[in-house]
Design a protein around this ligand. Structure first.
Ligand SMILES: [Zn+2]
Length: 463
């Protein structure tokens, strides 16, 4: 059973071999909680949740951490803009994130560290970097506010390994406007001063707060160790965020490698265009969930390979919904069974080949169709195999009846109302009041509910 993953660090597919098979470690950069997340933020959460599920099927103990960035200039600015307390903002949007992620059926990571709970660890790391000559406190003569501590990029000869940038390129590419207190244009902030109005913590360099990159480095060290098996995140984080995480961690930890494998997911475009502020085309998960079941979003995300760019559109969502209807339709009425993962089956083999979810999903479809056509023991065996694949993909986790009876828009009848109307129709039929029975049937039809009478009783589904 060999898992191969594309490693962004070496830019090739490699055999995954954990440092300790009894304790496999994985970290994914989580959200900065000042807003509802958009579908581009949901992609890494779903993709790396699937990686987590694959790892769990291979190793007895997988430890997955995904952080919450709850101190950041974006959060401070939002708090000023809304004149609202920072804690209220971060609490509200971290909860919103958890709710969204639950709707997308992602498993809860083993650790969800909050940046503000790790300030001593961050200060400790900055101190180590200063002591080892990899960081410096900015010249207070130049830096009027004082209290900046910067990472010295030239102090690390192999800086830029992940993004494959060398120092000269960086100097040439650096913005013209470089803060005076930087010794070198590429140097980045580890610690920055806070004004009285801003949140801050006492440190050897005055009252201040951590830089974003530092947060992840400190939390990884605390919860997972100096070197981890997999570090994951969106492709947009390769530079500078991940590059700087590597620099901080490796220099603070005596040159140790931060992560053996780096996994990055591709971008999501909307109707063929990049998501951007100027186009105003962000699709918030929270909004999409008003229109679509979370499983539809999950299905859409997994229908593309995680490294490819994905184009998101209404058509794609609608067709994913129809496909899920077919899948649930195939297994409707089939007795629930225990999952049995077929480790030599095509779906699992595809997942072991750099998490090829599109192939696994097509296998899921083939199996569901086969379940539908089979009967008896053969059907049970196929259903077990199907469940094995479905569990790893985090799909088909609902009872089909529940799937078909969930409300598809806010103005539809609730399941309870539907049940009541069906009962009323039943009663009318018993009373031989056929006009009334037909009238109720029509009322249900107008509410988008289709009745299917059979010998076992009346089943219903949403149109
Ligand atoms: Zn990070």
């Amino acid at each position: 059973m060999e898992l191969k993953l594309y490693n962004s660090l070496t830019r090739q597919k490699q055999l995954f071999e954990p440092i300790d098979p009894q304790r496999v470690t994985m970290y994914a950069c989580g959200p900065t909680v000042y807003n509802y997340v958009h579908i581009g933020n949901a992609r890494p959460a779903v993709v790396f949740d699937t990686v987590y599920r694959v790892l769990k099927s291979l190793y007895p103990n997988v430890i997955y951490a995904r952080n919450i960035t709850d101190i950041d200039d974006k959060i401070i600015n939002k708090s000023i803009e809304l004149s609202q307390d920072i804690n209220e903002i971060t609490e509200k949007f971290s909860q919103a994130y958890f709710d969204d992620m639950q709707a997308l059926n992602t498993l809860t990571p083993d650790h969800i560290p909050y940046a503000t709970d790790h300030i001593p660890e961050m200060i400790d790391m900055v101190q180590k970097l200063v002591d080892k000559g990899h960081a410096y406190a900015a010249d207070t003569q130049i830096d009027a506010e004082n209290g900046h501590v910067l990472f010295s990029v030239p102090s690390m000869p192999n800086y830029g390994e992940l993004s494959k940038r060398n120092l000269d390129e960086q100097e040439a590419g650096a913005r013209v406007e470089v803060a005076d207190y930087k010794q070198y244009a590429g140097d980045f902030v580890l610690w920055k001063p806070s004004t009285e109005a801003e949140p801050g913590w006492e440190s050897p360099w005055g009252r201040g707060r951590p830089g974003w990159h530092l947060e992840c480095s400190a939390m990884i060290k605390k919860h997972l160790g100096d070197t981890i098996d997999i570090h994951a995140g969106g492709h947009d984080l390769v530079f500078p965020h991940h590059e700087n995480e590597i620099a901080q961690s490796s220099c603070a930890n005596d040159g140790k490698t931060l992560a053996n494998f780096w996994m990055h997911n591709g971008f999501i475009n909307i109707d063929g265009e990049k998501m951007s502020k100027s186009l105003g085309n962000f699709r918030l998960v929270n909004d999409l969930l008003q229109q679509y079941p979370g499983e539809v979003l999950r299905y859409v995300i997994l229908s593309a390979h995680y490294r490819s760019e994905q184009n998101f559109s209404k058509d794609l969502l609608d067709s994913a919904w129809r496909t899920l209807d077919s899948l649930y339709g195939f297994i409707r009425g089939v007795k629930p069974v225990e999952a049995q993962l077929n480790r030599s089956g095509d779906a699992f083999k595809a997942l072991l080949d750099d998490i090829s979810t599109p192939v696994a999903i097509s296998e899921l479809y083939r199996l569901a169709k086969a379940v539908n056509q089979a009967s008896g023991d053969q059907q049970t065996a196929l259903m077990q195999e199907l469940k094995g694949v479905a569990d790893i993909l985090g799909l088909l986790q609902q009872d089909p009846e529940q799937w078909f009876t969930q409300a598809r828009s806010d103005d539809q009848l609730s399941a309870e109302q539907v049940e009541q109307l069906i009962e009323a129709r039943q009663q009318a039929k018993q009373d031989k009041d056929y006009a009334k029975a037909d009238q109720v049937r029509q009322q249900l039809l107008d509410g988008g509910v289709i009745l299917e009478d059979s010998r076992e009783g009346t089943k219903w589904r949403r149109a």
